[in-house]
Design a protein around this ligand. Structure first.
Ligand code: C5P
Length: 403
């Protein structure tokens, strides 16, 4: 979720400092690099050793190392960070941030950091409710700081009310959301069609032929494209998934419906990502009434559906077309011939034999294949695979000559 991101974690002197240790571990597990800055008082609540061990980096408290005079530059810390998270943030630190006081490294770093800052307040309920604290929080909000909502609950003082620090899991989500909304709008002005999910081919009014696709991969791609500013038309078979923010969703049932919707949307699109598991065959006739069973066996005559990817490939010109392939054997060879046959720019190969890849699961292990060769990626979450695919799409536009 936060692979390769640089998170600067500021810890101030509050009982909730123990939750900073949990947040630090969650950040590392999400793939982030973490550097911890503490105030002198924070050290009385949680040891530098704990934070250094969890963050896998020495923690920084002073402007310079008293042992050797080495300077801890708040400027380079601020430049290094993709996000500065101050959790827990005491009323004292919040007040200083709101007024520009810079009497410790945590605060000078705040003033010089160019990245987004997130503050998770932690204090007693009366301090939190005090007009001064609330005014300071409003000032910080107006300055573009994101405030992690403080939930009501039991406080260290024994009182109950608002003021507790948000839970580390909530802060982690907020960091991911904040960094996502900061994503470069690198695909602004582009329109993509994404097909996703399984089609449903009716046999009669009750029965149908379908497959195990859940649509997760296609929805993750639609989300990543939209986050980069692209206009996205998601042509989707039936799924249980929520429509990603900013995405136009067109619901379809059969392969023929998907063909119509996808070709129509592609007419005004810059590219298409064909992620749907489209039925290759459909019943030759749909029975008008429910077919009655008898003691005999029965056969259903199936006819070929149209290949949507190939149809778009035939008219695409220099537009981008990405396909998927799910193979149980001879993956690369077969994907290469599909690449040519359907006129795709690149193909994402999932192997049915790889553990953790394919239908239903949240992870995927894929290989990108294009005319220049192949690139195998490790097992990743589907949202990370989507990010990698969208990154390849960004590169396609950044280096058009390498197509
Ligand atoms: O030929 P195969 O089904 O293996 O090709 C898979 C790729 O083609 C996927 O990108 C899939 O979405 C697309 N496809 C399609 N229409 C079909 C069959 C496959 O768009 N009728």
């Amino acid at each position: 979720m936060l692979k390769g991101k640089h998170i600067l974690l500021g810890v101030t002197g509050s009982i909730a400092a123990y939750k900073a240790a949990v947040l630090c571990r969650l950040l590392r597990n999400a793939g982030a690099e973490v550097q911890v800055v503490m105030t002198a008082t924070a050290k009385q609540f949680i040891t530098p050793l704990t934070m250094a061990t969890l963050s896998k980096n020495p923690i920084i408290v002073e402007f310079f190392n008293p042992e050797n005079g080495e300077w801890n530059s708040h400027i380079s810390l601020g430049e290094w960070a993709d996000c500065y998270v101050i959790a827990p943030a005491t009323a004292n630190t919040i007040a200083k941030m709101a007024t520009g006081v810079a009497d410790n490294l945590l605060l000078t770093t705040y003033l010089s950091a160019r990245c987004k800052t997130i503050v998770a307040p932690a204090m007693d309920c009366d301090m939190f409710a005090h007009i001064t604290t609330q005014t300071n929080l409003t000032t910080l909000r107006n300055h573009g700081v994101v405030i992690a909502d403080s939930p009501a609950g039991e406080l260290a003082s024994g009182l109950t009310g608002k003021g507790r620090m948000a839970e580390p899991e909530q802060i982690l989500d907020l960091i991911a959301k904040t960094l996502n909304s900061e994503k470069k709008k690198s695909l602004q002005g582009k329109h993509f069609v994404v097909t996703a999910g399984a089609t449903i081919e009716a046999i009669d009014p009750v029965r149908y032929i379908t497959n195990h696709s859940t649509g997760k991969m296609g929805y993750a791609i639609a989300k990543s494209l939209a986050e980069r500013g692209a206009e996205v038309t998601l042509v989707t078979g039936r799924t249980a998934l929520a429509t990603p923010a900013g995405v136009k969703r067109v619901d379809v049932l059969s392969a023929a419906d998907m063909y119509r919707a996808a070709t129509e949307a592609f007419a005004t699109a810059d590219g298409a990502i064909m992620c749907a598991a489209v039925a290759d065959y459909t019943p030759a006739k749909v029975a008008e009434h429910k077919i009655k069973k008898s003691d005999d066996d029965m056969a259903i005559e199936l006819v070929r559906t149209k290949d949507i990817a190939a149809a778009l490939g035939a008219v695409k010109g220099d537009r981008l077309l990405v396909g998927f392939a799910l193979e149980s054997d001879e993956g690369v060879k077969s994907a290469q011939s599909k690449l040519k046959r359907k006129n795709l720019d690149f193909i994402v190969l999932n192997s049915l034999t790889d553990k953790g890849a394919g239908f239903g699961v949240d992870t995927n292990k894929v290989t990108f294949i294009d005319n220049n060769g192949s690139q195998s990626l490790p097992l990743m979450s589907k949202s990370d695979v989507a990010e990698s695919i969208v990154h390849k799409i960004e590169q396609h536009y950044a280096h058009p000559t390498q197509r």
